[in-house]
Structures are given as structure tokens and as C-alpha cells.
Design a protein around this ligand. Structure first.
Ligand code: SF4
Ligand code: SF4
Length: 195
């Protein structure tokens, strides 16, 4: 069922690994750092969601129960939410570790690099402002990575951006190349809400 999607994931993982390797002096990601698993929307396609659930089914009953409770809590909060953008902690996060790491979504895999966005602009991961990725070249006043900071850092590799936006990584071209469909996309928690 997931054979072709897993081929895409293997391709993606390899590319991302190369990107992260290239940016090693700037990357502070480590086990237990779960800041990017909190307070966000987490876009998930149907394929990613089904894959995530297949990972959930491999977990011990006790962990499953914990996650189910967390899902319920977030669903309840979302249903009572009146604002525009509902942000939440991912319910698959258990003790600050991803309980379904091998099955996690695409946004979870790509987060942490500088993302190329439109018109030659780029987006620095928010954790740069918390002393994490790219914080060693970040000018916090100018809210950007500057040449001065880069020079002062003494690091050889330049900080560069990559085409790692969710929209790009879930483009039809990948579906065609690996012969699968992402299908509908929405916030992870919305897959648990029957509309
Ligand atoms: S991307 Fe940032 S917040 Fe996420 S694990 Fe890496 S350092 Fe932590
Ligand atoms: S699925 Fe895992 S990696 Fe992705 S946001 Fe949830 S806990 Fe974090």
C-alpha cells in the first residue's frame, strides 16, 4: 500500500540528509528538541496521514492511549476555537520525542533548513531566534542572516536556502515520478475532525 510513497520518502530523506549535512555548522537539531513539534499547524496530505497512522498502530497500547488522549484534547480545543489560525502541539509528541518518527510527515522531515520562498527570498526557521538553527549567523535586530555575522562566525560553508517548502515537496511531479497520490491536504488535527 505504501510501497511507492516509501520510495519517494527514501528519495526525500536522502536529499534532505545531504542538505542538512551541507549546513552542519548551523544545525542544532537533536533528540528531545521538540520546539518545531509545538505551536504549529502541521500540514498533512491524506497519504502522509495514513502513513502516520500505520506507524501509530505499531506502538504499545499505553503509548497509543496517551496519543489518543492528546488528540482528543487538541480536537476539543480546536472545536471551541474562534480565531483564524489554530496552533497546537502535535499529539504524536510523547515526552518531547516523536512517537512515530519513521512515519512522520514531510513538513516534519524538512523543517530546520532555510527555505527558499518566492522572488529570491528565504525563510529562516523560527528556532534561529531561540538560539538554535542558524542562530550563529543571525542578526536578531535586522531579523536576517548577514554577511557580517557569517564572516564573524569563521564558518567556511555559507548558509544557503533550499527548495524545501511543503508545497514544493508535495508537488504533482513527485506523485508522477513515484506513482502515488498525496490527495487532499489539511492541518494534521483536521484529519481527526469529521466535518
Ligand atoms: S528545527 Fe529547530 S526546533 Fe526543530 S529540532 Fe531542529 S533545532 Fe529544534
Ligand atoms: S509527527 Fe512527530 S515530528 Fe511531526 S510534528 Fe508530530 S511529533 Fe513532531
Amino acid at each position: 500500500m505504501f510501497e511507492n510513497y516509501e520510495k519517494y520518502l527514501a528519495f526525500l530523506n536522502q536529499r534532505l540528509e545531504g542538505f542538512f549535512k551541507k549546513q552542519e555548522p548551523y544545525i542544532k537539531c537533536q533528540k528531545g528538541c521538540a520546539k518545531c513539534c509545538k505551536n504549529a499547524e502541521f500540514p498533512y496530505s491524506k497519504m502522509e496521514f495514513k502513513y502516520l497512522l500505520s506507524g501509530f498502530l505499531t506502538l504499545d497500547k499505553e503509548v497509543q492511549d496517551k496519543i489518543e488522549n492528546q488528540i482528543k484534547e487538541v480536537v476539543d480545543k480546536k472545536q471551541g476555537f474562534k480565531g483564524d489560525k489554530f496552533l497546537y502541539d502535535c499529539p504524536f509528541l510523547v515526552d518531547d520525542l516523536c512517537s512515530v518518527y519513521e512515519y512522520r510527515g514531510i513538513v516534519c522531515r524538512a523543517f530546520g533548513l532555510i527555505e527558499s520562498v518566492k522572488d529570491g527570498k528565504s525563510k529562516i526557521p523560527f528556532c534561529a531566534y531561540q538560539g538554535l538553527n542558524y542562530s550563529n549567523v543571525l542578526d536578531t535586530e535586522k531579523k536576517m542572516i548577514t554577511n557580517e555575522k557569517f564572516k564573524a562566525s569563521g564558518i567556511k560553508q555559507e548558509p544557503v536556502s533550499f527548495n524545501v517548502g511543503y508545497k514544493f515537496l508535495t508537488e504533482e511531479a513527485f506523485e508522477n515520478r513515484f506513482n502515488f497520490k498525496f490527495e487532499e491536504k489539511k492541518a494534521l488535527i483536521d484529519w481527526f475532525i469529521n466535518e
